[in-house]
Design a protein around this ligand. Structure first.
Ligand SMILES: Cc1cc2nc3c(=O)[nH]c(=O)nc-3n(C[C@H](O)[C@H](O)[C@H](O)COP(=O)(O)OP(=O)(O)OC[C@H]3O[C@@H](n4cnc5c(N)ncnc54)[C@H](O)[C@@H]3O)c2cc1C
Length: 396
C-alpha cells in the first residue's frame, strides 16, 4: 500500500559529521524535535579524517601573537573535556581521550624563537617547559637538541566521538539516498519539504521550522540545488601521511619550524589490529604535499623524518597517505575563517564548523538562531539508520 503522511520537526539537519551530530544532540537536549539525514556512513567526510586535536589556538599563535583564530579556539579544550566528563549539553563520557596534551618541539636552530614564543605574556598559563628528565619516550634521546613544551590542547579519538554523538540521536538519524528514497523540494531559495520514501513505497512529507545544512563539502551542491549562491564554499585539500608500525611510542605533537605553519603535526592511534598509527599533518600535508603523488608524498615524509627525528627507526614501518578536503565558507583570502560559521537565510541555516574543535561553537550559533519548539512529536520513520564510518587507516 502506498500513501503520503506528513511529519513536522523543529529542525531537520542535513549532514552526518561532527557538526550535524553535535548540534542535533544540543537541540534535542534543549527540547527540540530533530531529524538528521545523512547520505554516507557517519563521520566519513572530514570528521573521521581529523587528527582529533582540540585546538586551543596555540598552533595559530606560532607567529608570536594570539590571532582571531586562536581566541575563538581558546575555550574549546575546556568545553570538550567537560563533555567528556559527561558535563554539559552533549554527553561524550563514553568517548576516548587519546592524550590530554600535545608536545610542542622545535628544530635545534629554532630554540631561541621558541623560547621567546613560550615566554610571551599571551601564552602564560597555557603551556609549560618539560624538564629533560621528564621527556617522553619519543624524545628521550641525546640526539634531540631542541626544547620541549607541553601545551594543554587535548587529542580525542574522532571515531569514538562520532560514535557517542550518534548514540545520543540514534533514533533521529537516517541514511538517505537523494534521487532514490529522498528528494528535496525548494521554492524561492528555501526548502519547502523533503520527501522520504520507505521500501514499501510509502512516502513521508517532512517539513521543518528550519533546515540546517551541515553537510561539510556536501553543502556546496545542496546550496546550488536550492538556488543559493552566497555563501559560497571553499575546499582546502590536505594530503596526510599514515605511518604504521607495531610498538611506536606515543607522539602527539606540533613541530615549530621557520614558517608560521608547523612543518609537522602528529597524532597517535591504534588500528583495529592493534598496530600503532602515526597520523601526520601540518605543512607537509598542505599545498606542496597536495600536489605530490602518493609515492612522492611518502618520499617527502621519509626525508622529513630522517632530518627531524633521525633517532626514530622507521625502516620497518609501512607508509600510506590519504587525501581530505576541508570545507568552509569562501573567505576570499583562501584562509580558514576564524570561528565556526553559521548563516541564517530564511528557513535555512548554512553551517561549517571549520574545525572539529569548533563544533560546540557552531551548536551555540544554531541554538541562538532557533525559535522555541513547536512541541510536535513524530513516530519513527521506516528508513535505515546509517552505520558508523571508518578512520582513514581502516579504509581499503
Ligand atoms: C585531514 C584532516 C584533518 C583534520 N584535523 C583536524 C583536527 O585535528 N582538529 C580539528 O579541530 N579539525 C580538524 N580538521 C577539520 C575537521 O575535520 C572539520 O572541520 C570537521 O570535521 C567538519 O565537520 P562537518 O560535520 O562539517 O563535516 P564532515 O565531517 O565532512 O561531515 C559532513 C557529512 O555530511 C554528510 N553529507 C554530505 N553531503 C550530504 C548530502 N547531500 N546529504 C546528506 N548528508 C550529506 C556526510 O555524512 C558527511 O560525512 C581536519 C580536517 C581534515 C580534512
Amino acid at each position: 500500500m502506498t500513501g503520503t503522511r506528513q511529519a513536522e520537526y523543529d529542525t531537520v539537519i542535513i549532514g552526518g559529521g561532527v557538526a550535524a551530530l553535535w548540534t542535533a544532540n544540543v537541540l534535542k537536549n534543549a527540547g527540540q524535535s530533530v531529524l538528521v539525514l545523512t547520505n554516507t556512513p557517519l563521520g566519513e567526510g572530514q570528521s573521521l579524517a581529523a587528527q582529533g586535536v582540540i585546538h586551543g589556538g596555540l598552533k595559530y599563535a606560532v607567529g608570536g601573537k594570539l590571532t582571531d583564530s586562536s581566541e575563538a579556539l581558546a575555550a574549546m579544550p575546556g568545553r570538550w573535556l567537560a563533555a567528556m566528563r559527561g558535563e554539559g549539553p552533549v554527553d561524550l563520557s563514553g568517548a576516548r581521550l587519546l592524550c590530554d596534551h600535545q608536545l610542542m618541539w622545535s628544530l635545534p636552530n629554532m630554540v631561541s624563537q621558541v623560547l621567546s614564543f613560550f615566554g610571551s605574556k599571551a601564552l602564560r598559563g597555557r603551556s609549560a617547559a618539560i624538564a629533560r628528565e621528564d621527556y617522553p619516550a619519543v624524545f628521550d634521546t641525546d640526539d634531540y637538541k631542541g626544547k620541549l613544551f607541553r601545551i594543554d590542547e587535548p587529542v580525542v579519538d574522532p571515531v569514538s566521538i562520532i560514535q557517542e554523538l550518534a548514540r545520543g540521536v540514534e533514533a533521529e538519524t537516517y541514511l538517505v539516498g537523494w534521487g532514490k528514497n529522498a528528494s528535496l523540494e525548494s521554492v524561492e531559495s528555501q526548502i519547502s519539504a523533503i520527501i522520504l520514501r520507505d521500501d514499501s513505497g510509502d512516502a513521508v512529507r517532512v517539513t521543518a521550522s528550519r533546515y540546517l545544512l551541515a553537510a561539510g563539502a556536501g553543502n556546496g551542491a545542496l546550496l546550488s540545488e536550492i538556488g543559493i549562491s552566497s555563501p559560497a564554499m571553499q575546499l582546502r585539500p590536505l594530503h596526510q601521511l599514515i605511518i604504521r608500525k607495531r610498538g611506536l611510542p606515543d607522539f602527539f605533537s606540533v613541530c615549530v619550524g621557520t614558517s608560521p605553519k608547523p612543518p609537522l603535526v602528529s597524532t597517535t592511534h591504534i588500528d583495529s589490529e592493534g598496530r600503532t598509527i602515526w597520523y601526520i599533518g601540518g605543512d607537509i600535508a598542505e599545498q606542496e604535499g597536495v600536489a605530490r603523488t602518493e609515492a612522492e608524498q611518502i618520499m617527502a615524509g621519509k626525508t622529513l623524518f630522517a632530518k627531524l627525528m633521525p633517532w626514530i627507526d622507521l625502516a620497518e614501518a609501512e607508509w600510506f597517505t590519504c587525501r581530505g578536503n576541508r570545507a568552509e565558507p569562501l573567505t576570499g583570502t583562501g584562509d580558514r575563517p576564524p570561528g565556526a560559521y553559521c548563516e541564517r537565510i530564511g528557513n535555512l541555516l548554512v553551517a561549517w564548523p571549520t574545525k572539529l574543535a569548533l563544533a560546540p561553537n557552531l551548536a551555540d550559533e544554531v541554538l541562538r538562531n532557533s525559535e522555541k519548539s513547536t512541541g510536535q512529536t513524530n513516530p519513527p520513520l521506516a528508513l535505515p539508520h546509517p552505520p558508523l564510518g571508518r578512520a582513514p587507516w581502516e579504509l581499503p
